[in-house]
Write a protein that binds this ligand. Structure first.
Ligand SMILES: *Cc1c(COP(=O)(O)O)cnc(C)c1O
Length: 392
C-alpha cells in the first residue's frame, strides 16, 4: 500500500486521537528510517524514546523470535526464565530491592501510586493518601495518572478524576512546603520533565525533596518512564542526582520497542504489595522480557558513557549552528530539548521532517530529540547537517 491508501483506511476506521505526521513508516536500520514512498529519514525520535536499539537490531529480533518459538506467553501464575533473569539484572543495577513488571508507563505509575497509598495506610491508617506531583509534569493517560499530571488542560472532560493529588512548582521547596499536609503519603516527579518541555530539575532541589521525604516518611516516587533505561547516560537518571527513590517507574526504552514497563522498590517498600494486591495479565510477557534482556546486554558502562558523549556532541553541534531559531539547548545523555523561537516548534518539526529528519515536540516551544541510543556519530552528523540547512 502507498501512503494515500494507508491514510485513507486509517481515517475511515481508526479513532482520530493523534495529530499524526503525513508519513507511513515502512522499515528502518540503526537510526535511519524509510517511509512507504522510499524516502529516507534520520530518526531523532525512537518512537517516543522507545526504540533504544534502533531498528532491525538482529540480537533483539532473534531473542523475540527464539522466545516466540518456545513460549510466547504464559500467565504470571507460572515462572519463566527471561522474567526472572531480567529482574536479577535490573534490580542490582538500579540499587533497588525488587521489581514489578507491567506493560506501559501509565500502568507502572498507577502501580507506584497504589504502593504509596498502601504503605501509608498500613503504617498510619486512613486519611494519608495524597500524592504531591509537580506542575508541568506528565504521568500518563489513565484517569488517575491524568490527575497526577500537573497540567490543567489534562483535567477536562473525564470527570470524576481520582482524588488525592496536589501540585507544587518544580524547583521550589517553598511551593512543596505549601502543598504539604498531614494527608500526604508521597512526592512523585520526573527528574527531567519530558512531555512538559525537557526541563531537568535542579540537583540540589531533588536532594532537598529526598531529605524532606525521608524526614516525613513520605515516599519518594520517581517517574523514569522516559528518562530511565540508559536514556540520560546512566541506567536511571537518579543515579546522576545522587538520590535513591523509594519507588521508581520505567517503561518506554526497556524492551527496545515491545510493550513493557514496571516499577522498582527499595527494601523499605518491597513487602507492601503482596499476593492478590496487584497484577497484570500481560505484564512480564516472556517475549518482551527476552527483548529487555538484550537491551540490558547492550547497556554496558562503556555504552552508557557513549550515550552521554553522543548527547553532548549533539547539543554542542546544535549550539554551534548559531541558528536564529534556537533560544537554547538543554538535556542529559540522548534526551535533548531545543528551545524554538521565531516560529512554532511544530512548524520547525515539519520543516525538518520534509528535509529528512524526524523530531518530536514538547511543552510550548521545544523541539525534543530522543534518538535511538545506538545512533552513530555519522547519523548524528547527517541530522545536524539537515538542521543546518533548515535552520540557517
Ligand atoms: C510516556 C510517559 C508516560 C506514559 O507512558 P505510556 O506508556 O504512554 O502509558 C508516563 N510518564 C512519563 C514521564 C512519560 O514520558
Amino acid at each position: 500500500m502507498n501512503f494515500n491508501e494507508i491514510q485513507s483506511l486509517d481515517e475511515s476506521y481508526v479513532l482520530q486521537t493523534y495529530g499524526r505526521n503525513r508519513i507511513a513508516i515502512d522499515h528502518g536500520r540503526g537510526a535511519t528510517l524509510w517511509d512507504t514512498e522510499g524516502k529516507e529519514y534520520i530518526d531523532f525520535t525512537s518512537g517516543i524514546g522507545v526504540c533504544s536499539l534502533g531498528y532491525a537490531n538482529e540480537a533483539w529480533a532473534k531473542a523475540i523470535y527464539g522466545q516466540a518459538m518456545k513460549v510466547g506467553h504464559i500467565s504470571n501464575l507460572f515462572y519463566t526464565e527471561p522474567y526472572a533473569r531480567l529482574a536479577s539484572r535490573l534490580v542490582p543495577a538500579a540499587g533497588m530491592a525488587a521489581v514489578f513488571f507491567g506493560n506501559s508507563g501509565a500502568e507502572a505509575n498507577e502501580g507506584m501510586i497504589k504502593l504509596a497509598r498502601k504503605y501509608s495506610y498500613e503504617k498510619y491508617g486512613e486519611g494519608r493518601a495524597t500524592v504531591i506531583t509537580l506542575k508541568n509534569s506528565f504521568h500518563g493517560r489513565t484517569i488517575t495518572t491524568l490527575k497526577a499530571t500537573g497540567q490543567d488542560h489534562f483535567h477536562e472532560y473525564f470527570f470524576p478524576f481520582t482524588e488525592g493529588f496536589r501540585y507544587a512548582e518544580a524547583n521550589s521547596m517553598d511551593s512543596l512546603l505549601d502543598a504539604a499536609g498531614e494527608d500526604v503519603c508521597g512526592v512523585m516527579m520526573e527528574l527531567i520533565q519530558g512531555e512538559g518541555g525537557v526541563n531537568p530539575l535542579q540537583k540540589d532541589y531533588v536532594q532537598a525533596v529526598a531529605k524532606l521525604c525521608a524526614e516525613k516518611d513520605w515516599l519518594l516516587l520517581i517517574d523514569e518512564v522516559q528518562t530511565g533505561i540508559g536514556r540520560t547516560g546512566t541506567l536511571f537518571a537518579y543515579q546522576q542526582f545522587d538520590v535513591l527513590p523509594d519507588v521508581v517507574t520505567f517503561a518506554k526504552g526497556i524492551a527496545g520497542g515491545l510493550p513493557f514497563g514496571g516499577f522498582l522498590t527499595n527494601g523499605k517498600c518491597r513487602s507492601v504489595l503482596r499476593a492478590g494486591d496487584h497484577g497484570s495479565t500481560f505484564g512480564g510477557n516472556p517475549m518482551s522480557a527476552a527483548a529487555a534482556n538484550v537491551v540490558m546486554d547492550v547497556l554496558t558502562p562503556d555504552f552508557l558513557a557513549q550515550v552521554a558523549e553522543k548527547g553532548k556532541y549533539l547539543r554542542e553541534g546544535i549550539a554551534a549552528l548559531g541558528s536564529p531559531c534556537v533560544s537554547g539547548v538543554r538535556g542529559m545523555g540522548l534526551m535533548t530539548g531545543v528551545g524554538v523561537q521565531g516560529m512554532t516548534h511544530k512548524e520547525l518539526k515539519d520543516q525538518l521532517m520534509a528535509a529528512g529528519l524526524l523530531c518530536l515536540t514538547a511543552g510550548a516551544d521545544t523541539l525534543r530529540l530522543l534518538p535511538p541510543l545506538v545512533i552513530t556519530r555519522e547519523e548524528i552528523d547527517r541530522g545536524l547537517a539537515i538542521m543546518a540547512q533548515v535552520m540557517k
